[in-house]
Design a protein around this ligand. Structure first.
Ligand code: DSN
Length: 432
């Protein structure tokens, strides 16, 4: 078996296939050619252990432990400054290599084994890293689930307040994987102060919207810490980041290094810096279009007969649309049929499902960051809704719909909202 050839064959196939798909996974995006150039740079070979102007218990450390970082130091400093400016943060840390590790880093910095953490249940859209099944459990934190209002698809502040006052979590997590509407940061600030908890806002899904001044403004509304990944609505490379108030910077920096990361991924920090510059310039226009697109897609699907959640609230204020498909095949079947038609989305638990339903939940989650980033607007959302109707409601053979999807995608092969876009969005870069 010629694994060498096989590997490059698989890479080539991936580019060709996903470039001919309508990519609707809410946590995915495609980066600009400039971000891709940064990702394949020499920084991917290098080490920069240590912190930029690092501190330990308030004592200034020397910055780096290895030589060779003179250019990377400039890049990391730019990334931190851009992130602080764009998100109104006093301090940025770009060391964590993912959003979950960013959360783990904060838990490690601000809690002790056996403390409590409040967050949304996974069934209600909470991220696993906010609960005992993942990072919070690793640190020994005990779950305090918020009460959830299924009609409003948001935290029920009044019912949650009682629980919070009784359980006194050390960290109150906000943010989610199913995230249709802004979370009530302001409304929960008072109770956080009363129980001496820190509000940690996980903005992974909505970072690109916040960069564009949409959705919500976590620090102005009362968050202490803002954790995130860097590759969902925000079109950066895969990675993580922590933004925080200065008073928490030292603890969080030391939890990131030497705590939970030895070397961060320097090429991804370079790519992040490029994406931050892009969002500074194009973020508002991009975020506005994402929200227009998700509302347009939700409306079109609703009119075509889909059971789209939250019609009474104009469906969504984010990049996501949530659909109950329990009466037309269930989440698993629908997601699989869509994949056969080159429409990539994911099955998703709805708040009234049980965790046991994870294999075939009631819902599908649809996200529009990637299709927006490659230039689609409201009219294209109507076409996507029609494709979905043919597969899911009319049960047309997915292979027939696939032919039309491939034709449709031929017009969308460049990344928008960036400075340069010669290289195709799905083009494979060859070096050898
Ligand atoms: N599981 C990811 C999502 O799709 O929401 C977040 O890590």
């Amino acid at each position: 078996m010629d694994y060498y050839r096989e590997l490059f064959d698989l890479i080539e196939k991936q580019h060709k296939w996903r470039g001919s798909c309508i990519n609707l996974i809410a946590s995915e995006n495609v980066t600009s050619p400039a971000v891709r150039e940064a990702i394949v740079s020499d920084f991917g070979h290098r080490y920069a252990e240590g912190l930029l102007g690092g501190r330990s218990n308030g004592i200034q450390l020397f910055d780096r432990f290895y030589q060779g970082t003179r250019y990377f130091d400039g890049i990391e400093a730019i990334a931190m400054k851009l992130a602080e400016d764009l998100f109104g943060a006093e301090h940025a840390n770009v060391v964590p290599v993912s959003g979950a590790i960013a959360n783990l880093t904060v838990y490690n910095a601000l809690t002790h084994y056996g403390d409590k953490i409040s967050g949304l249940r996974v069934e209600a859209g909470g991220h696993i890293s906010h609960t005992h099944v993942s990072c919070a459990g690793v640190i020994g934190l005990k779950d305090v689930p918020y009460a959830f209002d299924e009609r409003e698809m948001n935290i029920d502040v009044d019912r949650s307040r009682e629980t919070l006052l009784k359980e006194k979590p050390r960290i109150m997590m906000l943010g989610a994987s199913v995230f249709l509407f802004p979370h009530p940061i302001r409304e929960l600030r008072e109770v956080a102060d009363e129980i001496n908890a820190k509000i940690v806002y996980d903005g992974a899904h909505v970072l690109g919207l916040i960069a564009g001044g949409r959705f919500q403004d976590p620090f102005r509304e009362g968050a202490d810490v803002f954790t995130t990944s860097t590759h969902k609505t925000f079109p950066g490379p895969q990675g993580g980041m922590i933004l925080c108030k200065n008073e928490l910077a030292s603890k969080i920096d030391n939890s990131a290094f030497p705590g939970l990361t030895s070397n961060h991924h320097l090429h991804h920090v370079a790519g992040l810096a490029v994406a931050l510059v892009e969002m500074q310039k194009f973020g508002r226009e991009y975020a506005d279009q994402i929200i227009r697109n998700s509302k347009a897609l939700a409306q079109a699907m609703y009119e075509l007969g889909f059971s789209v959640l939250c019609e009474h609230k104009d469906f969504t204020e984010s990049h996501q649309v949530l659909v109950d498909v329990s009466s037309i095949g269930g989440g698993d079947r629908v997601a699989n049929d869509c994949e056969k038609a080159n429409i990539i989305l994911n099955k998703n638990l709805l708040p009234w499902d049980s965790l046991k339903d994870a294999g075939n939940p009631s819902g599908i989650r649809i996200g529009v960051p990637e299709v927006t980033h490659i230039g689609m607007k409201e009219s294209e959302m109507n076409e996507i809704a029609e494709f979905l109707k043919r597969v899911v409601i009319e049960k047309e053979k997915p292979e027939r719909v696939k032919k039309d999807v491939i034709e449709f995608m031929k017009d969308y092969n460049k990344v928008h909202y960036c400075f340069e876009s010669e290289l195709g969005a799905y083009e494979n870069i060859r070096f050898k």
